[in-house]
Design a protein around this ligand. Structure first.
Ligand SMILES: [Zn+2]
Length: 1026
């Protein structure tokens, strides 16, 4: 186990090899191709390099070249589970079997050397690959080397772009590209990113693709008004400048809109899943249609070419799960190519050929045109006037949280695997492994997984995959924590802490709490554990008693919540602190709770406050009405309440219903859940809370801890009642007096921020047809509004849809339950019955963190807090004190794997095992250019990597591109001339381990060869005590 951390979970994977020796002899041979051939290509396209393009087919420079791209789109779960799709099970739901597709395509490619095919989803391909004989693998290697089988994109899945966090996108792309690199070397390395189905496109995705070294990007779905404009302007292809911080061309990505989404032209679908007539070229046959089809094709090509700028155009010949009988497609395409090209003898200027996205891109690049530049994104996506795909930003909020929480846990698992080395994989608790959770998380990034747009049984299967991935990571954590602490505890992982469930803390009289902090800086963390009533003694790692409290938490009809034990823990950077908890029955509870359950109006003003923040509530309504930042002397009236949109089931204007994908309220104005809340105030030394009860299915705790600079709103919503026959979409809305001029701001995949303007798109004149849904945008981690001086930011704990529908207002959709399908193929209403089939419906709990700040200082607040949320400490419990790890083991209750903390601007994005003796390390500058003028956190920052980590020594360091599949110094990308001029080739920063400099928003990726310290006692000797 753990031989190769990034692929160990692949069934039947051979022993891993070190990254340096990944290149196969064949790959080496391909690098040593005869020089004249390479030179010829270089001469053909001055200024451009040919790497990866040598095998492209010949085109006709004076003709219109139609690139046929034979492809299949294989969803990693949607109507069927991943396994059902792979094996072709449950074909009554949908006829689809990926293993047969790959078998069939390989045979068809071997039958005719001019044929080409594109494959995308490594989750399927890797599984298929390991089931093949050596002989078949050899044949496939040949096809790849010759460019006849091409990989596009190459991620584990084709990830969604609206509900995904950038860290998880990078991880899933790295997993897929690493498999390709190991298996095929540079021959299998994709040059083109290919997101033909995701429902809108984020700017950050383009930036990440550029940083991974992709030369271009093609996609299928964009707003129908945008597409119409682009066709008219002949702007279907341009350069996307995807970062406002990274200097061009670092985040520039050539981007093309495919002409027909990702489908074949009408009448030309020759799959067993299609009904179009085959091409009949036998003149004697009464079914003869060759002439007609050839003429139709020539017309089609000419029409399509009008919307594109070069003498090249592309046709996607394939669709969902097609090519199970590849011969059908290829046989007809062979004939089409032959017959269409034969027309050249009659004066036709159309040349049709088998091609690939890479070869099409290569021709575009060689055209040497000057391209326009796009700087915004492709959200929201609408495929009709009342068809905005903005519902899936929120669909299945519980799965979305589980995914985000699993990202957090995977990073903890990765880090401990890297910090401890092989002893984490094999130890007293058995075999631990990060690979299963890494694979499960990669699958969850698929555009029908985290999006919430799969069938219910598939969503359940996604959750199962995550749950199964947690197990081997829990073993790994146990091995690692025992090793580092020198003590083997009886570790328990309370997976239900977010819903106040943990049997150990609720029953044991004494237990140990280990808190691991995955950040590069120490954190103070309020630990909350469900317990039984009574008094407790909590001691810190030094044996000092720390203040604690047992507080009541609001119960609901759904859940009777136990009281919770609170204490503040301090945890060092990339390390842990161990606290002891004991129940002391003699001591009376130090809990001070006031319970002025307010039903009637009272004149007293209700506030909760600490030294930084004061929140004021209206005693008449129980609602939050004001927030003050006491440090900055800022005051903002903020009224927060819950509302619901009545989901449309179709009306006279359009039959479109609100569903898993689509958001369509049947009226613009949302209805209040209730105008007032029943409230209860809890004030203790460790926490101040206002409990608001809006209805049987909607409640909230507004919370303030000492020293905290944000207000925490913990909402609980559900089961959403639908007995009235109305689907409901629930929002939390903040209404303020800020003059916001129709503008608001949302993050892009948790990284850079984009400005949004109500009823406006930056690149075309919008006709707004859905004033609510058409103004919704994805919120992955934060949304904010500002008047230029003051900024109100809300951080989320999962992806949600959000908007600002009137000035000063900001809303987030937290939950939705719908009774009709929205006609996008999933074929089920988004009911989410709950754990039982036919259950009452899911209830969901989440948190919004609210920050009020000046614009100058806001970024420091929300960047650092969002980092703490995404990489929150991991709490591990254990009954009893544990036994020594081994005889000489020194027990320790506090530990840091860093010899010095990282500066605030630096985020430790990845620390993971890569191969034997090799780690993957990513450092990120988490501030944008000019974002923070308060503490100057937007400046470049330098880190010394020598001796930074205390559990291993770095013996050599190589810098790679973002997905770690090529050395950065060897990587080159095609150049594209733009209207803003040809950007200079980026200069490579010198790799000096003692001074690794990060520019704003820069991520630097390294493969580090390391040596772990041998024993825990030696670690103890060499690690500075804290
Ligand atoms: Zn799809």
């Amino acid at each position: 186990m753990g031989a190769d951390a990034w692929a160990a979970g692949l069934r039947a994977g051979g022993p891993g090899v070190a990254a340096e020796s990944r290149m196969s002899p064949r790959a080496l041979r391909s690098l040593l191709r005869p020089l004249p051939f390479l030179l010829l290509l270089l001469l053909e396209a001055p200024g451009a390099r040919a790497a990866g393009y040598e095998t492209c087919p010949k085109v006709q420079p004076d003709m219109l070249n139609v690139h046929l791209v034979a492809h299949t789109h294989d969803d990693v779960g949607w109507l069927k589970t991943v396994d059902q799709y792979f094996y072709g099970i449950q074909n009554d739901i949908q006829h689809a079997g990926v293993q047969y597709i790959l078998d069939s395509v390989v045979s068809a490619l071997l039958a005719e050397p001019t044929r080409r095919f594109v494959y995308v989803e490594m989750a399927f391909f890797a599984r298929w690959w390991f089931q093949q004989t050596n002989a078949t693998q050899e044949v496939v290697r040949d096809l790849v080397r010759q460019g006849r089988l091409e990989f596009a994109n190459g991620g584990w899945v084709m990830n969604d772009e609206a509900a995904t966090h950038y860290g998880a996108i990078i991880d899933q792309m790295t997993l897929g590209l690493h498999f390709l690199e190991k298996t095929f070397g540079s021959d299998g390395r994709p040059r083109v990113a290919w997101h033909i189905d995701p429902f809108g496109h984020s700017r950050e995705q383009a930036s990440l693709f550029a940083q991974m070294g992709f030369d271009g990007f093609f996609f299928g779905r964009l707003d129908y008004q945008d597409k119409k404009t682009r066709k008219a302007m002949v702007e279907m292809e341009q350069v996307w400048r995807a970062s406002t911080s990274l200097p061009p061309p670092a985040a520039d990505l050539f981007t093309g809109v495919l002409p027909n989404m990702y489908n074949p032209p009408d009448e030309l679908c020759w799959d067993s899943l299609c009904d179009d007539k085959p091409l009949v070229d036998d003149l004697r046959s009464p079914e003869y249609n060759a002439d007609k089809l050839v003429n139709y094709f020539l017309q089609l090509a000419a029409t399509q070419a009008r919307f594109y700028r070069t003498k090249h155009t592309v046709m996607t010949m394939g669709s969902d799960f097609q090519y199970e009988n590849a011969n059908m497609w290829f046989k007809n395409l062979d004939k089409l190519i032959q017959l269409v090209n034969a027309q050249q003898a009659n004066g036709s200027h159309v040349h049709v050929l088998y091609s690939t996205p890479t070869c099409y891109l290569w021709e575009l690049n060689k055209a040497n045109l000057t391209w326009s530049v796009k700087e915004d994104d492709f959200f929201p996506y609408a495929d009709g006037a009342h068809k905005f795909w903005t519902g899936y930003f929120t669909s299945r909020p519980a799965l979305k949280f589980y995914e985000r929480r699993s990202y957090n846990f995977l990073q903890v698992c990765n880090q401990l695997e890297a910090l401890v080395g092989p002893a984490a994989n094999n130890g007293p608790y058995g075999s631990g492994d990060s690979a299963p959770l890494r694979e499960a998380m990669a699958v969850l990034q698929h555009h029908d997984a985290v999006t919430g747009t799969s069938r219910q049984h598939v969503a359940d299967d996604y959750a199962r995959q995550l749950a199964e991935g947690w197990g081997p990571c829990e073993v790994l954590l146990s091995n690692a924590l025992a090793r580092l602490s020198g003590s083997k505890g009886d570790f328990t992982f309370c997976r239900g802490l977010n819903v106040s469930v943990c049997s150990l803390s609720q029953t044991a009289k004494r237990f140990i709490v280990t808190i691991y902090n995955p950040l590069g800086r120490k954190v103070a963390w309020m630990v909350r554990l469900p317990v039984t009533k009574g008094a407790y003694l909590v001691t810190d790692p030094n044996g000092t008693i720390v203040p604690n409290e047992v507080v009541i938490v609001p119960s609901s009809q759904i859940q009777d919540r136990p009281p919770e034990l609170l204490f503040s823990a301090s945890v060092p950077a990339l390390g842990f602190s161990i606290y002891s908890v004991a129940r002391v029955p003699d001591r009376s509870p130090q809990v001070y709770t006031r319970q002025p359950t307010i039903n009637k109006p009272q004149t007293r003003v209700l506030t909760i406050q600490n030294k930084h923040i004061r929140a004021t509530f209206d005693p008449n309504t129980g609602l939050l009405i004001k927030i003050e930042n006491l440090d900055q002397k800022l005051l903002l009236p903020v009224r927060q309440a819950f509302y619901w949109y009545n989901a449309s089931t179709g009306n006279k204007q359009s039959s479109q219903a609100s569903g898993a994908y689509i958001f369509r309220p049947n009226q613009q104005k949302p209805l209040p859940v209730r105008h007032w809340a029943q409230i209860r105030l809890v004030k203790t030394a460790l926490v101040q809370e206002v409990h608001q009860n809006f209805s049987a299915w909607c409640s909230q705790v507004i919370r303030l801890y000492p020293g905290q600079r944000h207000l925490e709103l913990e909402w609980t919503v559900g089961p959403i009642p639908v007995v009235d026959g109305w689907g409901k979409e629930i929002i939390s809305r903040f209404d303020t007096t800020l003059e916001t001029d129709g503008r608001f701001y949302t993050d892009s995949n948790g990284r850079e921020i984009l400005e949004r303007r109500r009823d406006y798109r930056p690149t075309w004149n919008l006709t707004q047809t859905e004033p609510v849904a058409g103004n919704y945008y994805p919120v992955n981690t934060r949304i904010y509004i500002t008047d230029g001086n003051m900024q109100l930011t809300v951080l989320t704990d999962r992806s949600q849809g959000g908007s600002s529908l009137k000035d000063g207002s900001l809303e987030l959709m937290v939950h939705r339950r719908l009774l009709k399908d929205d006609g996008r193929g999933v074929g089920e209403p988004l009911q989410e019955a709950g754990p039982e089939w036919n259950g009452p419906g899911l209830w969901v709990r989440g948190r919004h963190l609210v920050l009020l700040d000046t614009v100058r200082t806001a970024a420091a607040g929300h960047r650092l807090q969002a980092e703490k949320e995404v990489l929150a400490p991991q709490v591990v419990l254990a009954a009893g004190q544990g036994t020594p790890y081994h005889r000489e083991a020194v027990q320790r209750k506090q530990f840091s794997a860093l010899r010095r903390e990282l500066p605030p601007a630096v985020h430790l994005l990845t620390l993971a095992r890569w191969g034997p003796g090799t780690l993957l390390l990513r450092l990120e500058h988490q501030f944008a250019v000019g974002e923070d003028s308060g503490r100057n956190l937007s400046s470049p920052v330098t880190v010394d990597l020598r001796d930074l980590f205390s559990t291993f020594n770095i013996t050599s360091l190589r810098e790679t591109t973002l997905a770690a599949n090529q050395l950065r110094k060897a990587a080159s990308r095609l150049q594209w001339d733009t209207h803003t001029g040809l950007p200079p080739q980026a200069t490579l920063p010198l790799l000096d381990p003692s001074a690794v400099t990060l520019q704003p928003m820069e991520i630097r990726t390294f493969l580090a060869t390391v040596q772990w310290e041998q024993t825990s006692s030696r670690i103890n000797l060499r690690t500075p005590f804290l």
